[in-house]
Design a binder for this molecule. Structure first.
Ligand code: ADP
Length: 372
């Protein structure tokens, strides 16, 4: 029978399903016990789905089964079930060991029905505004089709290089916000090859294996649309709610409604809508022009009974500032767009604390399951 150390070394050549990192360095192997010719490997795979656990167990068995002196390989999962993250209105359940993954009061997804409506700009300015209010804020850029956080936070070319004492990578930081992005790990332009389950796994790893520390708000910049990746994230993470960004025109609204329907299907409260590029104030005459039409968000608010969190004006300087990694709320805090983001941040926090129906946890429970 090989020694426990040798067995650990063998397991350190086994990649975590779907990833290049091995299962020892990811902390998935918590214990190796040897009794006679039986090896028992304890695994920790919080936040992984059943299929990933099955593949992980199989990989461990395969790696050790052929070793001389080993007649049986048993696999145990140390803590079953998904990571338990506290949600608004509920106390976190006491757990014997410190929970893995971010401890955040609010986990808020910023989503849109389609790309280019200003979702990432809203997400970044929301995060920075909340951090400026003294809140402990993190930003997870899950927009695989074009991770823009490195650019928008002025962190292009940076890599998370520092780790905590447990070897977990520390997020990068800008404007008081802790940031993790797929853009820190893939070359620019390659991100588009990330799809469905791989995205889900990667996000899960970013959530559970990053040293986030204690947070008030975790803002997740979702990929645009309503595909597999969005569903995987929604079902993996215990989210407080979602903010849906749209523009005033009908086409954007149709897509936004699809996003709202998706969140409702997976029972994630939609905290509200942000209408971006709502109007343009002519710098010459001061008149308000509704360039992309009007009424889109109003209709969603009326038909779907979703709060309007705010309207952001078109501001050409926002584009330049975003590209320079200087969010408008930092560069020009008095600009109408920055004031709009400020108002949205307040509305988001208010809505997160009393999600959707305006009732607290018990009210919503009674509404769903009956009773008075
Ligand atoms: P998405 O995340 O929906 O794809 P982005 O946030 O990347 O959209 O924004 C798309 C483009 O629109 C960017 O160039 C951004 O700078 C610009 N933009 C976003 N919001 C505004 C605004 N209020 N006024 C002017 N340009 C904006």
């Amino acid at each position: 029978m090989p020694s426990v150390e040798t067995l650990r070394q063998i397991l350190s050549t086994v990649p975590f399903p779907g990833f290049s990192r091995d299962i020892v360095s990811t902390g998935s192997v918590t214990k190796i016990d040897v009794e006679g010719d039986v090896v028992t490997v304890s695994l920790q795979a919080d936040g992984s789905d059943d299929e990933t656990r099955r593949r992980l167990a199989e990989a461990v068995r395969q790696a050790l089964a052929g070793q001389e002196g080993v007649s049986e390989v048993k696999v145990r999962f140390a803590a079953a079930g998904p990571v338990r993250l506290p949600v608004a209105g509920q106390a976190a359940e006491p757990t014997p060991a410190p929970p893995k993954g971010p401890q955040a009061k609010n986990i808020i997804g910023v989503a849109s029905g389609k790309g280019g409506v200003g979702k990432s700009t809203v997400a970044v300015n929301l995060a920075v505004t909340l951090a400026r209010q003294g809140r402990r804020v993190a930003f997870l850029d899950a927009d695989v089709h074009g991770p823009s956080a490195p650019l928008m936070f002025g962190l292009e070319g940076s890599r998370p290089e520092r780790a905590d004492e447990q070897g977990r990578p520390l997020p990068l930081e800008a404007f008081g916000v802790k940031i993790m992005s797929m853009g820190f790990f893939v070359e620019r332009g390659n991100a588009v090859i990330w799809r469905g389950p791989i995205v889900g796994n990667f996000i899960r790893q970013l959530l559970t294996d990053v040293a986030w520390g204690e947070l008030d708000d975790l803002i997740i910049d979702f990929p645009p649309g309503t595909g597999d990746a969005q569903l995987t994230i929604s079902q993996t993470i215990r989210m407080t709610g979602a903010v849906v960004v749209t523009t005033p025109n009908d086409l954007a609204l149709i897509d936004a409604l699809k996003a709202i329907a998706m969140f409702r299907k997976v029972e994630i409260p939609v905290l509200g809508i942000v209408e971006n590029m709502s109007f343009f104030v002519c710098p010459g005459c001061g008149e308000k022009h509704e360039i992309f039409g009007r009424g889109g968000a109003d209709r969603a608010v009326k038909d779907e009974q979703i709060p309007l969190l705010g309207r952001v004006p078109i501001d050409p300087q926002v584009v330049l500032e975003s590209d320079k990694g200087r969010p408008v709320v930092i560069d020009r805090p008095e600009a109408p767009a920055a004031l709009a983001y400020g108002k949205i941040a307040r509305a988001v926090v208010d809505a997160a604390e009393v999600p959707e129906t305006g009732k607290g946890g018990l009210g919503r429970f009674l509404e769903r399951f009956g009773g008075k």
